[in-house]
Design a protein around this ligand. Structure first.
Ligand SMILES: *Cc1c(COP(=O)(O)O)cnc(C)c1O
Length: 398
């Protein structure tokens, strides 16, 4: 197997899901956001683990992502968070994917295709209460809900909204969104319409605003082990989660160099003294971002070493200094779960995000297609994972 791999611990994923379940209580259902290949973790393995842990709804962003899950045997509800192109609707219905809608035009397109396929399309009415992205104006909720529920080829699966600022720093904005949303959902119900599942909360709202739970929550990031607003002791105690992904490689080459030796493109790094440089077979082509040039730190044998020079597409270098005990083919952690009580910890995706000026969502997503995902499988559950190295258990995979 390649030295560079993303180790995905499905036991941690399951523990995170249980932490979410405990926090929201048993009356609220979970739609696990597995869009963008489950934030880089592998949508099929993540969804199968979640399904085995009692989660039965999965949120995706494109019809293709939904089809991938269906074809892999996911039986639960699949919910497309966006509006598709008209040409995608036939496949969406064949794959039994529920979809957000927000205007008459899209509602009617679904109705027409569902009639053609002699089926019933499940749609969720998306209400824009302040995100400014997709959805109907709140006051149009009753009339659009009626248009859906009156059509024999459509089922109003739910009504939903989304929060742009759900963290505790702007809870007032979110609470006002919730007030408006609930008002129009109630108006719709007063007209005798079955509104279906009412849902709104992303990870951030789930952590900080219990009023946002309603019938279902749609967390993503939290389940992969990160807090959207950063790690606040209070939230960590309330809802403890751990990073699911460990991005790893191995030392592929070691050399002793003299003082003044340039390292990598642009010669931005020159060794100050005699030192030892290790080369790692990972670069920005794998998702180890180029912004980590001369900035990143990697963990080898319980010690942190700095990235030396620019990150290349497929390789990068670290300065081991003199006297390190690092050997050829030693394991290297680029980012991961930490939790090492005796030695140093590798940075986690949140720290990488800080170093590169972005958010942890993007950091795990950077890990590219050519990096095999190695799954630590759930106890007893055997998963067969297509792609990657093909193995289901890294304890037996060498
Ligand atoms: C991505 C997304 C979510 C999940 O967001 P997290 O911050 O990862 O919890 C929920 N709802 C919608 C509509 C989304 O697009």
């Amino acid at each position: 197997m390649r030295a560079t791999r993303a180790v995905i611990d499905l036991n941690i994923l399951r523990n995170n899901l249980y932490a979410v379940r405990k926090h929201i209580g048993s009356g609220v259902s979970i739609c696990l956001s597995v869009k963008a290949n489950a934030y880089g973790h592998g949508a099929v393995a993540v969804a199968k683990t979640a399904e085995a842990s009692g989660v039965n709804t999965f949120g995706i962003a494109t019809a293709g992502e939904g089809a991938e899950l269906r074809l892999a045997g996911i039986k639960g509800s699949i919910l497309l968070y966006g509006f598709p192109m008209p040409g995608e609707i036939p496949m969406i219905l064949k794959m039994r994917i529920g979809t957000f809608v927000g205007d008459e035009k899209l509602i009617d397109l679904f109705a027409a295709e569902a009639e053609k396929q002699n089926t019933v399309a499940v749609v969720h009415l998306k209400v824009d209460t302040g995100m400014g992205r997709i959805g109907c104006a709140p006051e149009n909720t009753p009339v659009l809900a009626a248009r859906i529920s009156e059509n024999k080829n459509l089922k109003l699966g739910g009504i939903c909204t989304h929060f742009p600022a759900s963290n505790s720093t702007d809870a007032d904005f979110t609470k006002e969104q919730i007030r408006i949303f609930k008002y129009w959902v109630n108006k719709t119900r007063e007209n005798g319409i079955a509104a279906g599942i009412i849902h709104a909360a992303n990870s951030d709202a789930l952590l900080s605003i219990p009023e946002s739970f309603m019938d279902m929550v749609r967390p993503g990031l939290l389940c992969y082990g990160y807090y959207p607003s950063g790690l606040i002791r209070d939230t960590a105690e309330k809802l403890p989660v751990k990073p699911v992904m460990n991005f790893k490689t191995k030392v592929i080459f070691i050399k002793k160099v003299r003082a003044g030796t340039p390292v990598s493109y642009g010669m931005t790094y020159r060794t100050k003294d005699e030192t030892v440089i290790a080369t790692l077979p990972v670069g920005y082509g794998d998702g180890y971002n180029r912004l980590l040039s001369n900035r990143g730190k990697v963990l080898i044998r319980n010690k942190l070493y700095p990235v030396a020079g620019r990150i290349c597409m497929d390789q990068c270098m670290v300065d081991l200094g003199t006297g390190s005990n690092v050997k050829l083919y030693d394991d290297v952690t680029l980012f991961g779960a930490g939790g090492n009580k005796s030695g140093a910890n590798a940075p986690d995706a949140a720290e990488i995000a800080k170093m590169t000026g972005t958010i942890p969502y993007e950091v795990t997503l950077w890990v590219s297609r050519r990096v095999p995902r190695v799954y630590i499988s759930m106890n007893k559950l055997k998963l067969s994972i297509p792609g990657g190295c093909g193995c289901a258990d890294n304890r037996t995979c060498k």
